[in-house]
Design a protein around this ligand. Structure first.
Ligand SMILES: Nc1ncnc2c1ncn2[C@@H]1O[C@H](COP(=O)(O)OP(=O)(O)OP(=O)(O)O)[C@@H](O)[C@H]1O
Ligand SMILES: [Mg+2]
Length: 221
């Protein structure tokens, strides 16, 4: 079974204009798919559809379907999909909620009833992996854009989903942080399905396949 299946997906925000048009693709286990395309071509909208944010939190019109591990995203609450699929948003400000970095990372684990001891271990591990242990007691809103992005990445990795979507996460990072995150992605690739939006093409060597979005359609892959 393919862990991620997109079938004839079209989506219009409330304006009624379709920003995704008849998209179909499947991702295999441990496959890494790159998504590239111009600004406004629909990459972030597609990411939101993949993890159920659309249709659950947007009142637009969605046609076709997205299946995660055989579950139709339309029928399953986003919170129940989170252990299977994680999304690191393009703008980390949309993802940050808690007063310290470590609480931010622990928060979603608490929501998913991970035992406290394991939460502490996973928080330590992911801070180390992403290189933000020194920021653990900082207030996330006051961090720089790149640091916030690293916190958002750690938060998703801590949940350990088998499918991870990264929406332009490298664009705000300096060279050192980009290299570190590319290394993390390279490790994740061995065991997870990855969808990586990356118009800078920095992650190109990681991709098994690249989908080009052009005005909401897959132009070639
Ligand atoms: N919340 C929203 N409400 C209405 N329209 C939206 C919303 N978000 C995006 N759009 C529209 O959908 C289209 C696709 O936007 P999207 O953010 O998916 O593109 P993108 O490929 O991710 O662009 P970028 O490279 O700039 O991140 C754009 O025309 C945008 O104006
Ligand atoms: Mg985008």
């Amino acid at each position: 079974m393919f862990p991620l299946v997109v079938e004839n997906l079209s989506y219009a925000y409330r304006s009624g204009h379709f920003v995704l048009r008849d998209i179909s693709f499947r991702a295999a286990e441990r496959e890494s798919i790159g998504i590239v395309g111009a600004n406004g071509s629909g990459k972030s909208t597609l990411c939101c559809c993949l993890c159920g944010i659309i249709p659950h939190f947007f009142q637009g019109q969605m046609q076709g379907k997205v299946m995660i591990k055989g579950l139709n995203t339309k029928e399953i609450p986003v919170n129940n999909l989170a252990p299977e699929i994680g999304l690191v948003l393009q703008d980390p400000n949309d993802q940050i909620m808690m007063p310290t970095v470590e609480e931010e990372i622990a928060f979603s684990l608490e929501n998913h009833l991970v035992p406290p001891r394991e939460i502490m271990e996973r928080v330590e591990e992911t801070m180390e992996l992403v290189g933000i242990t020194r920021l653990r007691r900082e207030y996330p809103y006051r961090l720089s854009g790149g640091e916030k992005q690293l916190v958002a990445i750690a938060t998703v990795l801590a949940l350990n989903p088998s499918i991870i979507i990264f929406d332009e996460v490298l664009s705000m990072l300096d060279e050192r942080a980009s290299r570190q995150i590319l290394e993390v992605m390279n490790k994740l690739k061995e065991e997870k399905t990855l969808v990586i939006v990356d118009h800078t093409l920095q992650a190109l060597p990681l991709f098994d396949r690249v989908l080009h979005l052009e005005q909401g359609k897959i132009s070639f892959n």
